[in-house]
Every structure is written in C-alpha cells, then in structure tokens.
Design a protein around this ligand. Structure first.
Ligand code: NAD
Length: 476
C-alpha cells in the first residue's frame, strides 16, 4: 500500500481510511492509498514549517547543488516511474516517460535560479541613509495538482518553491498520487532534506491546505470552478494564490499557412494525452481557401492514433482518465451533433474486446458546429475538435476571443503582419505563431480572463515564490 510522505516518514492517514486507485484502461486496482484529511494536512504543514527554518537559511548555492543532485537521482528512475504513471493515469508509456523526465528537468532548471536572483540598492534623499529591497522566500506553500499531468504540474509548483527556499505541502489529484510519490521519494533519496516537500493524499486534503493558517501561498492547477472556490477560501487567511485554470484555446489557420506544419501541431495539440490538456487546440478556425486541404491532413493524422492501453507499445492514444470525463466529452459531442454538427472523423468509442473495460474514446473531428454549442462555449477536456470555416482574420479573431477563457492561442500564417496583429489581439496568456503548442521552461506561462492568474515557468514563477521587503539603513 502506498503511503503519504510527511517529514520524510511514510505515513498512513490519521483516520486509517484508504481508497483505491484504478487503471483507466482496465478498471483494475493499481494500489490502495491513504485517504488523508485535515489532521494529516496539519501534520504536514507543521513539518514543512519546521523544515523552513533550516532550508530557507541554507546558502542559495548549497540549495542549488542539493536540488541538482536530487533531480539527477530522480531522473535515473524514469523507467520505474513511467509505467506507474501510465497505470494510474492512462496515458501512453511514451507520454509518461516524457512527463517523468520533465519533472526532473524542471527541478534542475529552477535549481539554477536559486543563487541568481538578487535585490536592489536604492539611494534615498537623505544621503546618511540608503534603502535595500531584499527578496525572501514566503514560507510554507501549498501545491494542489490535477490528474491530467500529475508530474509536470507538481514540478511547476514544487521546483520554483523549493529553489527559492520555501517548503511545500503537495496534494496530487486523488486518482493520480502514485507516480508523484515515487518522484518525491526519489528526490529525498537523492538528498532533498526531509520535510522540505511533504505529500498528503485524498480528496479532503485540498480544502484543508487552503484553510491551514501556517500555509502562506497556494498554487492550484485545476478547473475554473475549483479556482473560484479556492480563491474564496484562501481570502479568509489572505493567502497569495496562483491559479492555473481551464482553457479553450483557439487556433487560427489562414490560407497562406504551412498546412503540413499546422496539421501536425493541431493534431498534437488536440490529441496528445487523449486531449486532456489545459494548453491545447480546442477550437479551430480555418480560412476558406485552406479548409479542405487542412481537414484532409487532420483526418489522416487522427486515423493513425490507435487508441489502446498505454502500456501496449502500439497504442498511440490512451483511454480517458475517468468514466465521468468521457461522459462529459460525449455529452458535449452529442449536444453539437443534435444541433446539426457533422462528425468528420471518430465520434464514438473504439470497438473490440480490448476496449471493454476502459474509458476509451475515438479521436474526433467535427464541423458545422453551431455557435452556441457546448463545444465552443465550454472547455472540451478530451480528444474532440470542433472546426469552423472563417472568411478572414477579422472573423477568426472575433470568434477566438469570444470566450470566458484566456489560456493559450495560436495562429498559422506566412503573413508577418497578420501574425503580429494576432499576437496583439488574441486574449490569452500565450500565443504560438507557426509553432507547436509546447510550454517552455524559459517563458512565463499562465492565463488571463477566467483561465486564472499568476505564472508558472520562467524567472517570473521563481519570483512569485519570493516576497520583497524594503530595508532602510540609517546613520551611515
Ligand atoms: P479539479 O479542479 O477538479 O481538481 C484539481 C485539484 O484541486 C485536485 O487535486 C482536487 O482534489 C483539488 N480540489 C478540488 N476542489 C478543491 C477545493 N475546494 N479546495 C482545494 N482543492 C480542491 O480539476 P481536474 O478535473 O483534476 O483537472 C482538470 C482541470 O484542470 C481542467 O479544467 C483543466 O483545464 C485544468 N488544468 C489547467 C491547467 C493550467 O495550467 N491552466 C493545466 C492542467 C489542467
């Protein structure tokens, strides 16, 4: 049975309760896990607060070295961790390997910043005084993670937090705790001091983290409704919050675009991780002259994505993570079809005995979807892509921005003026121009509108795990 990790100890829930983690491809039990609650969060927060007193005072170059060593050790275990991620989440082994590697690389990337950030010297009007702006870690940070990218999204929070000298109480999604535990175990084995990262498990631990008085900052990745609840609750203790929430990223393809490149990027953008991505291509707007050729290419690519158990080497797309998630996407699709949309590819569940016990769904492309259909107005968190013909860039931009979300966006065109205009006008935290939708470590990533606020990745994320303090030295 898996356990929580609190101050380096492998612990059960105070209540003794447990729950099962199941494989979305087969329905089989992967492991039994403690169902933690407020008492466990309290223990973890106390442990993190204790560890903060030493971790925050370590010379930053020592923190950098410890984190590099721990990350290297974790990276040596990718082949052990990846199959566990596939079994609990459903994604293919290739996707799991990439994700597990990203965990270690992310720790290393932020480790390098640990001793590079500095404050300011400020001259004051009275020359017998001067000011300093110093940056200090915040304290204990809460990291709350969803199930679609359990490792990447945990690393996005843990890495900058601990590199900056904070300590963490981490809560994985209740359905995907196992690979995360292995990653944190590996960091501890590799030399990360006990108590710097503590892992609590179970649905009830999320609210307890947000409410806990010792926890000073919350970083949540999750749905927009969860983000609103967390922000409201965090306001009671005035915690800082970073919210990475839902998205419905538009992609505009103009007539002069490189259609081969666009088809590849859109296919990866929509179908990677069985479409369960926040940054993704969720609404496609294609100019009339490019429409037929692009659709042909997209259908050809979708046809190659054989659904299957992520552990089978010929599977190109795993199952959806839960039955509820699949039902949600199917309902969104049905709503579109009932209103007259045409399914161009997929639209159902794959047939065959190997699909009977898992939450499989076909990669799906639909056109003629009416403007008020759920596929345009809501986030579609699965492998189904609505496509619409547009006359020109004006129409594309108007439709692209007609959403409550503002996470990512992309445009494909050979016209630099059109690209520049899209960059200026697309209401999103990220715009890719003629480029595959991948978030880079070097660039700050975060949404606008109801996709949240605050940044992960980049120097900006590191700074958000520090507080500025002004200091005046007098009598000099
Ligand atoms: P979710 O909002 O249901 O849960 C996310 C996490 O929050 C889980 O660990 C959950 O247990 C916890 N949680 C739920 N209610 C809580 C509460 N009241 N207080 C504290 N914690 C609480 O999301 P999900 O279904 O796990 O993930 C899918 C959603 O995440 C999608 O909307 C997707 O777009 C979004 N997402 C966003 C990004 C991004 O970076 N913007 C990345 C990945 C996923």
């Amino acid at each position: 049975m898996a356990t929580m990790i609190i101050e380096g100890d492998r612990t059960k829930a105070a209540s003794g309760k447990t729950y099962e983690v199941r494989n979305p491809a087969t329905g089989e039990v992967v492991d039994e896990v403690p169902a933690g609650g407020p008492a466990d969060v309290d223990k973890a927060a106390q442990a993190a607060a204790k560890a903060f007193t030493t971790w925050s005072k370590l010379p930053a170059n020592q923190r950098r070295e410890i984190l590099h060593k721990a990350a290297q050790h974790m990276l040596s275990k990718v082949e052990e961790i990846a199959p566990v991620l596939t079994k609990e989440q459903g994604k293919t082994l290739l996707e799991s390997r990439l994700e597990a590697r990203r965990f270690g690389e992310n720790i290393g990337w932020f480790a390098d910043l640990a001793d590079k950030i500095h404050g300011q010297y400020v001259r004051l009007p009275d020359l017998t005084t001067y000011g300093l702006v110093v940056r200090r870690p915040i304290g204990v940070c809460g990291a709350i993670v969803p199930w679609n990218f359990p490792l990447t999204l945990a690393a996005n929070k843990v890495a900058p937090a601990i590199a900056a000298g904070n300590t963490v109480v981490l809560k994985p999604a209740s359905t995907t705790p196992l690979a995360t535990l292995l990653c944190i175990e590996a960091l501890i084995e590799g030399g990360l001091p006990e108590g710097v990262v503590n892992v609590v498990l179970g649905q009830a631990t999320g609210e307890a983290i947000v409410a806990h008085p010792l926890i000073r900052k919350i970083a949540l990745t999750g749905s927009t409704p969860t983000g609103k609840r967390v922000m409201a609750k965090a306001s009671e203790t005035l915690k800082k919050v970073t919210l990475e929430l839902g998205g419905s990223d538009p992609c505009i393809v103009l007539d002069d675009a490189d259609l081969e490149g666009a088809a590849r990027a859109i296919s990866v953008g929509r179908f990677f991780n069985c479409g369960q991505q926040c940054l993704s291509t969720k609404r496609l707007y294609v100019q009339e002259g490019a429409y037929d050729a692009l659709m042909e290419k997209l259908v050809a690519r979708a046809a190659k994505l054989k659904p299957g158990n992520g552990l089978d080497k010929d599977s190109r797309m795993g199952p959806m993570h839960t039955e509820t998630q699949r039902a949600e996407v199917e309902a969104q699709l049905k709503d579109a079809v009932d209103r007259g949309a045409k399914v161009v590819f997929g639209g159902g569940r794959p047939e065959g005995s190997e699909y009977e016990r898992g939450w499989f769904i076909e990669p799906t492309i639909v056109e003629n979807v009416p403007d008020d259909a759920r596929m345009w107005t809501e986030e579609v968190f699965g492998p189904a892509l609505p496509v619409r013909k547009i006359k020109d860039l004006d129409e594309g931009l108007r439709l692209a921005n007609d959403t409550q979300f503002g996470l990512g966006s992309s445009i494909w065109t050979a016209n630099m003026a059109a690209a520049h205009r899209a960059v200026q006008e697309l209401e999103a935290g990220y715009t890719w121009v003629n480029s595959i939708v991948i978030a880079h470590d070097e660039l700050p990533f975060g949404g606008t509108k109801q996709s949240g606020f605050g940044k992960e990745h980049g120097v900006e994320a590191f700074l958000q795990y520090t507080e500025e303090k002004s200091v005046v030295y007098g009598g000099v």
